[in-house]
Design a protein around this ligand. Structure first.
Ligand code: 5GP
Ligand code: MN
Length: 338
């Protein structure tokens, strides 16, 4: 974060403010962990802050300290809108364009507040007056840690905040193994453990939460996997009917896409998940090496993200979408197989 923006933020927070904190739609561990850590921090500093999530989040994140205080824009719509209207400052965390908050987009566009962005995705848009955007960062949680440190308050990180931040760093780095995991990420994590993060317990609460139906859904997903050796690509489909058959709960498909990449020689993995209610397919893209799924998602599926992890969507059905997807691959053959 540059000095100009840091000083502007210091000035902004020098007196008590009404603050709204926003994660992206379908928030993951990093989005929930970072918004909650910041929420604890701002509350302790005497600000009146509220997290407004565009929609609900998975059960395996509900234990995180403070999670029960998060407003759900879909469920607590009136209260959420009022909060956004009254906010003097709006922090947007773990996303960088307003289209990422679904139905809340309009309310953010019309808000009077000063916007602060903290995010590690590529190609940020320019809605925020104060920006801390760094695509080299492992996670927004690592950035919130840095931010608190830059504000001179690292000693105010209590065990609750440490647990929030540890959670997001752990989930966004695939438990400290993805490329964006640096020695500094490990130093931050070590400091969070010293400040009370319960590493083993967090791992257990996030990853050891399978239900029999989720494992059966995983079995179905793996059976559906199509391997296109010619393009070093593997993709999975899940129809609404299959999700219903295995009693799909929010968050159940988290991590499924990664299985494609565990195959020797596969460098591009995709999952297409039907959502009948929204009339779309939600798509996740993962890669290893230089193939940019951010560009791929941006260019063909109205999405974006990072070089090796991105998301997008399609309005077509599963059959047409996968046919379109396969028709795109020949133009990337060299990149995918070199
Ligand atoms: P996931 O596949 O786990 O939903 O998301 C992978 C990464 O891409 C995350 O960093 C997420 O924030 C981002 N992402 C997911 N869906 C979209 C999307 O529709 N648009 C953009 N710009 N980013 C997305
Ligand atoms: Mn993130």
């Amino acid at each position: 974060m540059n000095f100009e923006h840091l000083n502007a933020l210091k000035a902004l927070l020098s007196s008590p403010k009404k603050i709204a904190i926003i994660p992206h739609k379908n928030p993951d561990g990093d989005a929930i962990g970072s918004t909650l850590a910041l929420w604890h921090y701002l509350q302790n500093k005497g600000h009146e802050s509220t997290i407004v999530s565009p929609n609900d989040f998975p059960k395996f994140l509900k234990w995180i300290p403070g999670a029960n205080k998060i407003l759900n824009f879909e469920r607590e719509n009136k209260e959420s809108k009022e909060c956004l209207r009254q906010a003097e400052v709006i922090f947007t965390l773990d996303f960088n364009h307003l289209g990422r908050v679904g139905q809340m987009t309009e309310n953010l566009e019309n808000a009077e507040a000063t916007f602060v962005m903290v995010d590690h995705h590529q190609q940020p848009s320019d809605y925020a007056k104060i920006m801390y955007s760094d695509v080299a960062m492992s996670s927004t949680c690592e950035m919130v840690y840095n931010l608190i440190k830059l504000l001179g308050d690292v000693d105010e990180i209590n065990p609750d905040m440490a647990n929030c931040l540890y959670t997001g760093i752990m989930t966004d780095t695939g438990s400290f193994k993805f490329k964006a995991t640096t020695s500094n990420t490990h130093r931050v994590v070590a400091d969070l453990m010293d400040r009370g993060a319960e590493n083993t317990e967090i791992h257990h609460r996030i990853y050891d939460t399978n239900s029999p139906s989720r494992l059966h859904l995983l079995g179905c997903a793996l059976k559906n996997m199509v391997i296109l050796e010619e393009f070093s690509t593997a993709y999975i489909t899940l129809s609404q009917e299959e999700l219903d058959r295995y009693d799909y709960q929010k968050g159940d498909t988290e991590g499924f896409v990664n299985y494609g990449l565990t195959l020797d020689g596969i460098r591009f993995a995709v999952i297409f998940i039907e959502n009948k209610e929204e009339g779309i397919l939600k798509i996740s893209f993962r890669s290893v090496g230089d193939f940019s799924v951010n560009d791929f998602a941006r260019n063909h599926f109205e999405g974006g993200g990072h070089t090796n992890a991105a998301g997008g969507k399609s309005d077509k059905n599963l059959e047409d979408t996968t046919a379109y997807f396969k028709s795109l691959l020949p133009q990337y053959k060299k990149e995918l197989t070199q």
